[in-house]
Each structure stands twice: as structure tokens, then as C-alpha cells.
Write a protein that binds this ligand. Structure first.
Ligand code: NDP
Ligand SMILES: O=C(O)C1=N[C@H](C(=O)O)C[C@H](O)C1
Length: 254
């Protein structure tokens, strides 16, 4: 994702890339970030050193890299966009605490289409929650074979939003195997598929007795996430401290 963020930001005159950060052990350190991203050099070397002063930081990394990023941004009062998924509860708390000091956009998907589909899913759940015969919700996500976390942060967010509309006692069930018995009415099932270079696809199945609805949202490439993160970075400029999400950035009611 870092490569795509560098690629799109370098084509946007509103951005000046001042740093491209990776960990100290990365073999590409010292190489030009534009060249690493696959095009012309931009005069910024990939580095593990954080710059002194920046207007915004965009984080697509690993949960274990995020703590240092949060601490550095708080120390320098730098607005932060967090796209990394697979965070622990402790890290979510850390992020919330940091947002009392700096403005942060945090979202498991920066994609416009995904965030709009989340709103549609909420609407479906709201409308069908009490449907005659009951509503079964299953979330199937597909991603590339390199993905480190499962299910995706986006799938979990879909489940959280839908669960809130359905009941206070929604159970979140990850996969099924063996003699599972009949499906309970208050569960949401998650299924994580890992195949090839899939840039991300989510299908939300709302099953009833007699009919079903499926919401499907799929990326053709990863630029929807990079573009969303850059939009969030622009939106953060001049914002007061606080924890924001992509619904806020996109003007979709939270
Ligand atoms: N919110 C959204 O819209 C999206 C979120 N994501 C999430 O973003 C994250 C990154 O995804 P992706 O780019 O595919 O993953 P990659 O594994 O390709 O990239 C992660 C990068 O972080 C680097 N890294 C590791 N440790 C550190 C560190 N301590 N400091 C700085 N950088 C470090 C890795 O280096 P090295 O390879 O050398 O370990 C690697 O270059 C994932 O959590 C993914 O789920 C992805 C797409 C969209
Ligand atoms: O790792 C990815 O690729 C993606 N991760 C995010 C997630 O976990 O939801 C967003 C997107 O689906 C791509």
C-alpha cells in the first residue's frame, strides 16, 4: 500500500511527500521512494527515520509498527490517518487516547464503495432485523494470499455495524466445522478466503426463509484505498483533535 500511496500522492499537486518510512531492517532503505513505487524518482529516500515536521502521516503498516507511529505523531502534534488492520484491543484504546490529543482518521477500509456499502448493510439490517422467520447474516471476505490478518478489518466492521442494528447479544462466529447443530438466530458468521492477488472483496449475505439479499463490494485494484487515505489526509488539515472515520471524511452519516 505504501507504494500506491506514494504513487498517487506524487501525482497530486496538493501533496509534497517529505518522508517514506519503513523499519530499519528493510533492504530497500536508502532507495528513492518513487523508484521503489515503480516510477520516476521523487527525491525522497525510503528511511526508518521520522522527519521533524510534517502536516500529516498516513499509516499502512503492521499492528506492531503502529504504536511507535502513534507516539511519534502525538509527540509532534501531527494529524494521523490509520489504515492498518488487525489491531489489538489495547491498541484501539491507545488510539482513542491519542485522539484526545491529535486528530486521527481510523478506518479499516478507506474505499468509498466499501464505506457506502456499510451504510447499505446498516439499512438492510435495520429493515429486516425483525423479519418473519428470522434473518441470517454471513460475511464472506476474499483477499490476496499475503494478507496477515483474518478476518479482514472491514469484515469485522461490517459485522459490528450490522450487529448493533440487530441485537445487543449478537454472537460473532468465525468459520464452522464438524457437528455444529442448527444455526442460532443471533449469530453473524465470518468466512475468510485467501486467493492469489485479490485486492479485497466483501459479500454480506442476508438470508431469510424464501429469499436472500447479497451486498457485494470488490476492489479491482488497491488504488481505492490509497485514494481514500489521501482524501482523509486532506480532510484532516485544520481539524480539531478527535477520532474520526471514513464516514466523516466522505460525509456519510455516522
Ligand atoms: N484501511 C484500508 O483501506 C486498508 C488497509 N490495509 C491494511 O494496511 C496494512 C498494510 O497492508 P499492506 O501494504 O498490504 O501490507 P504489507 O505487508 O505489504 O506492508 C506493510 C509494510 O509495513 C512495513 N513495516 C513493518 N514493520 C514496520 C515498522 N516497524 N515501521 C514501519 N514500517 C514497517 C513492512 O515492511 P517489511 O515488508 O519489510 O516487513 C511493509 O513494507 C495491513 O494491516 C492491511 O490490512 C490494506 C489495504 C487497505
Ligand atoms: O490487507 C488488505 O489488502 C486489505 N485490508 C483491509 C482490511 O483488512 O479490511 C482493507 C482492504 O480490504 C484490503
Amino acid at each position: 500500500m505504501g507504494r500506491r500511496v506514494v504513487a498517487l500522492a506524487s501525482e497530486d499537486t496538493e501533496f509534497q511527500i517529505v518522508a517514506a518510512i519503513d523499519h530499519a531492517g528493510n533492504p530497500l532503505l536508502g532507495q528513492d521512494a518513487g523508484a521503489v513505487a515503480g516510477f520516476a524518482p521523487i527525491g525522497v529516500a525510503l528511511s526508518s527515520d521520522w522527519p521533524e515536521e510534517v502536516d500529516v502521516v498516513i499509516d499502512f503498516s503492521l499492528p506492531e509498527a503502529l504504536n511507535h507511529c502513534i507516539e511519534t505523531c502525538v509527540e509532534a502534534s501531527t494529524p494521523l490517518v490509520v489504515a492498518t488492520t488487525g489491531l489489538s484491543d489495547e491498541q484501539k484504546t491507545k488510539l482513542e487516547a491519542a485522539a484526545t490529543l491529535i486528530p486521527i482518521v481510523w478506518a479499516p477500509s478507506m474505499s468509498l464503495a466499501v464505506n457506502l456499502t456499510m451504510k447499505l448493510a446498516e439499512q438492510v439490517a435495520d429493515t429486516l432485523g425483525d423479519v418473519q422467520g428470522g434473518l441470517d447474516v454471513e460475511i464472506i471476505e476474499r483477499h490476496h494470499r499475503f494478507k496477515a490478518d483474518a478476518p479482514s478489518g472491514t469484515a469485522l466492521k461490517f459485522g459490528e455495524l450490522i450487529g448493533k442494528k440487530l441485537s445487543d447479544e449478537t454472537l460473532h462466529i468465525h468459520g464452522r466445522e464438524g457437528h455444529t447443530g442448527e444455526r442460532t438466530r443471533n449469530e453473524i458468521g465470518y468466512h475468510a478466503v485467501r486467493v492469489g492477488d485479490n485486492p479485497g472483496e466483501h459479500t454480506i449475505v442476508f438470508g431469510m426463509l424464501g429469499e436472500k439479499i447479497e451486498l457485494n463490494v470488490a476492489a479491482s485494484n488497491r488504488d481505492c484505498y490509497a485514494a481514500g487515505a489521501l482524501a482523509a489526509a486532506k480532510w484532516l488539515q485544520g481539524r480539531p483533535k478527535g477520532l474520526y472515520n471514513m464516514f466523516d471524511v466522505l460525509g456519510l452519516e455516522s
